[in-house]
Every structure is written in C-alpha cells, then in structure tokens.
Design a protein around this ligand. Structure first.
Ligand code: SIN
Length: 296
C-alpha cells in the first residue's frame, strides 16, 4: 500500500541497511548511521570502498567508533574521496599537517569551533564535499555531541509556494563575520586577499544523488541577492529558524574517544554543542575538496 504523504513529516526515502562489508545501525530513519566492522586504518577492499561510498550517499553522516588513526592515516582515508581542503585560516601555515584542522576545546578556550548551525566553509567557491572529524579525547562528564541536519528534508518540508519563491534565487556566503571574530579572539592576522566570499543558489541539486536541497546556513549566508536588505534578513531568518527549530531534521552524534565521523557537507549542516566546560575535547578535522560549485 502506498504511504500517504504528509507535508509536515520527513518524506520516506527507502534507506539501505544492507551492506556486504560492514554492519550499519541507523541513528534516525533518514540521517546518520553507525558503522561497525571496518578498520579505517587498514587498506580498504574494493567492496568496502564501494559500500562506504554508497552508505555516505544513503546516510549523509557516518559514525565509526573505536578507530585508531594518526594524522597520516586520517589524511590517507580522506584522500580516497578527493584532494584535501586546507581551511582558509591554515592556508600558508607551516604546520606539519595543514590539512588537519585542530578541533580542540578546553577550560582556556574562548570559543569552540562550530558552535552554531553551519556547513563547512560555504564561503569558498567550491566548498568541501565532506569532512572527517576524528576525536581522540571526549569530555569525561559526557556532552560535546554534534547535531547534524538533513538539508534534503529541510527543503522537502518547505511549502510548495516557498519552494517556488526560493528556486532561482542566489545568496552570498561570506567568511568575514565568522573568521574575523575567531581571528580577533586568537590574535591571528587577516589572510592575504581577505576572507573568502561566494554566491550560491539557495536550492541546489546534490551532484551525486540529483536530489534538491536547501543551501543556506546561518554560519556563512549573509544576503539573498536581488531582495532588499529587510526582505533578505526576514527570509534568511525564517529559513534558519526552520532548520534550528525542527528536531525531526536532525540526528545527534554522541562521541566516544577514537570515533571518526564522516559527513556529506553538500547536504547537511551541523552544530557542535559546547556543554562540557571546563572539560576537554580534542581532535582534528580533514575536509575533502568539492568537485564542482553548488548548482541548481
Ligand atoms: C566543525 O564544525 O567542524 C566541528 C564539529 C564538532 O566539533 O563537532
């Protein structure tokens, strides 16, 4: 019997739990899956590689507990999916692994990276296709979870008139606000040439699945092109609220030490929750360069 479509529910998309080379437990019916039975430090077989790519598109957020990875292995794993991205704040740095963005929060931290809904670095013309965050140390007291939102579902749950209104519009994604604030706190210089800034469609199609999704995020999206400043602010605030106030769009990743999470940055947003002060959370993030600009 065909299921009735209810406009206030995330549409049922048949999700696969059956992969030949590892076990999968879904975190929600539509986003997030925990993978067991795969050693990410070891060479992957063709079957494992194919299953991993399929699971990535199926679930958008893959969680791999109990992995032992050093920086070189972390980079090698991410490198299977494409060339590695260097975060704008680490470009030109003399760190031994500038592709590994330190994600470190402790009692001295003035802020924690990602503490607000965002996709990674959408101020770049071609934002990263995905990121792999590996946490070595998590707070003793619990907490430090990361929320992820499904932007296909965020699009689907808009009304038809709103979908029509947004299609064809573009928005500015600007690194100035988030990066200037962090830079001032950390006493870092402004990068040569200023912060990245890009214009992307508001409704894009995922380059691999072809599905439509909502592509604005409160971390970077500052202005809808062609609307007045007041109209742009109101529409963006409405869209940000749609994401931030709708738990049925989300999954929640609960980290344990030595967990790696791999997310599809093209169709998700995330929010790192800093609820563990003064405890410590330590890891590193490697992002993979996208292959093309986000396209409608
Ligand atoms: C990030 O925004 O990439 C950090 C996410 C996290 O620390 O959970």
């Amino acid at each position: 019997m065909a299921l009735e479509h209810r406009p206030d529910h995330v549409p049922v998309v048949a999700r696969n739990l059956d992969y030949a080379s590892f076990e999968v437990r879904s975190l929600t019916p539509h986003i997030g899956a925990e993978i067991r039975g795969l050693d990410l430090a070891a060479p992957l077989s063709d079957q494992q590689d194919a299953d991993l790519r399929r699971a990535f598109l199926d679930w958008m957020v893959l969680v791999f507990p109990d992995q032992t990875l050093d920086a070189a292995q972390h980079k090698a794993l991410a490198g299977r999916f494409g060339p590695l991205h260097i975060h704008p704040q680490l470009r030109g740095s003399d760190m031994p692994h500038p592709e590994v963005l330190p994600v470190v929060t402790n009692e001295h931290s003035p802020f924690t990276a990602g503490d607000g809904w965002h996709s990674d670095v959408t101020c770049d013309e071609i934002p990263p296709l995905g990121s792999m965050l590996y946490l070595r140390e998590t707070p003793d007291c619990g907490g430090g979870d990361t929320l992820f939102a499904d932007m296909y579902a965020a699009y689907e749950l808009l009304s038809e008139p709103m979908k029509v209104f947004l299609s064809g519009l573009t928005a500015i994604h600007d690194g100035t606000a988030p990066f200037t604030e962090q830079q001032e706190i950390l006493g870092l210089p402004t990068p040569e040439g200023g912060h990245p800034r890009a214009e992307h469609p508001i409704v894009v199609r995922h380059p691999d699945t072809g599905r439509k999704l909502l592509y604005v995020n409160s971390g970077f999206t500052t202005r809808i092109v062609g609307l007045s400043a007041a109209e742009s602010r109101s529409v963006l605030d409405m869209l940000f609220r749609h994401i931030e106030s709708n738990p049925k769009l989300w999954c929640r990743v609960r980290w344990t030490p030595k967990t790696l999470t791999f997310w599809d940055n093209r169709c998700t947003q995330h929010h790192a929750i800093w609820d563990y002060f003064p405890q410590t959370r330590i890891g590193g993030r490697v992002s993979i360069l996208g292959e093309s600009r986000p396209m409608a």
